[in-house]
Design a protein around this ligand. Sequence first.
Ligand SMILES: NC(=O)c1ccc[n+]([C@@H]2O[C@H](COP(=O)([O-])OP(=O)(O)OC[C@H]3O[C@@H](n4cnc5c(N)ncnc54)[C@H](O)[C@@H]3O)[C@@H](O)[C@H]2O)c1
Ligand SMILES: [Zn+2]
Length: 375
Amino acid sequence: MHSVQVQLAEPYPIVIGHGAMARVGGLARRHLRAGGQAFVITSPTVRRHCWAPLATSLQRAGIAARVVLMPDGEPAKTMATATRLAEELARAGADRGALIVALGGGVVGDVAGFVAAIYMRGVPILQAPTTVVAMLDSAIGGKTGVNLRAGKNLAGAFHQPRAVIADLDLLASLPDRQYRSGLAEALKCGVIADARLFRRMQREAAELRRRAPGPLEAAVTGAAAIKARVVAADEREGGLRRILNFGHTLGHALESATRYRYFLHGEAVGWGMIAAARLAAKCGLLPGAEAERIEHATLALLAPLPPIRVAAAPVLRHARRDKKNAGGVLHFVLPTGIGRVEVLAGPPPEAVREALEETMALSRSGAASGRSRRR
Ligand SMILES: NC(=O)c1ccc[n+]([C@@H]2O[C@H](COP(=O)([O-])OP(=O)(O)OC[C@H]3O[C@@H](n4cnc5c(N)ncnc54)[C@H](O)[C@@H]3O)[C@@H](O)[C@H]2O)c1
Ligand SMILES: [Zn+2]
């Protein structure tokens, strides 16, 4: 079992390990006020797979929690869902002493976090993530929110959890594509800040794909530690937190150019990291051999990846429209070595186009099919 501390004004732990859910009862006890009620916000799918260890732990701590269900999936990440949940809390008599436990992936965590942020102007929340993405990314850092019709995550609040409990046993039921896609964010953390994590993930790619306990625990812990460090240094995304966007400039553009229906987020980020590594090499920031290592590690972990079937022009248009690229100037987080990055505003457009087109060609070449994987 590992524990990583998020060093904010009110520090909180991320507990990571197989069987970590056993800790949730004790943590809930600590954060539940006398007379307060506990609520578990989750989805029917997640409840089916992940409820038992949480129930046991709460029961042992003498906590009778009420389950509040929300639908799963990105379309449910709306203000309407948040309103419905808040109304349900009110009907159940939740007061300021209430405690929320979010059990689920990033969608449940973001919506439940938002509800915790606004209900009675804020009640405490424990995050119990059940996907790779949620364990090493969305449950950490206090960004909560919902989508608007105008775009993703456009309404939200910062609301830090009191603890994050990442029980790796829960990942056993996660569909394979979801699982592998989550590994993209872990590898990203290695590239931006931790060469040892990168090398270990590269070396243990096959074991990681099989969800081998040791390598999985190391990858999730390593990545969560980086997210925790970055968040602690830059809680409100003033500067440093941007480095987490490595692979995301073109990754987001690929998702949005395909209307969020074709790639899983991590898959688009996988292509985005490969393109960014190639761009860094073209800009003379990164030796070509290092760019190749990033590419090979990404494919070794993620393949088969869906090929890119849109043209470069619309992808670049979507990138320029992204709210993170103010004024149409593309911002790229580019590696200058493994474990080090810098932010580059407005790299040469031809270099960007070339890097993207090469990545597209690679995606259609069969190299990403998972059959001819190299190390
Ligand atoms: N707040 C942040 O800082 C932050 C960071 C990254 C991503 N996000 C958000 O996270 C969301 C994506 O999260 P996600 O990738 O976890 O997707 P998700 O929450 O949609 O979960 C993916 C699917 O897996 C299922 N599932 C979850 N856990 C399971 C388990 N243990 N076994 C079987 N099935 C399980 C869910 O029912 C769902 O169908 C996006 O909305 C994104 O915006 C937020
Ligand atoms: Zn991401």
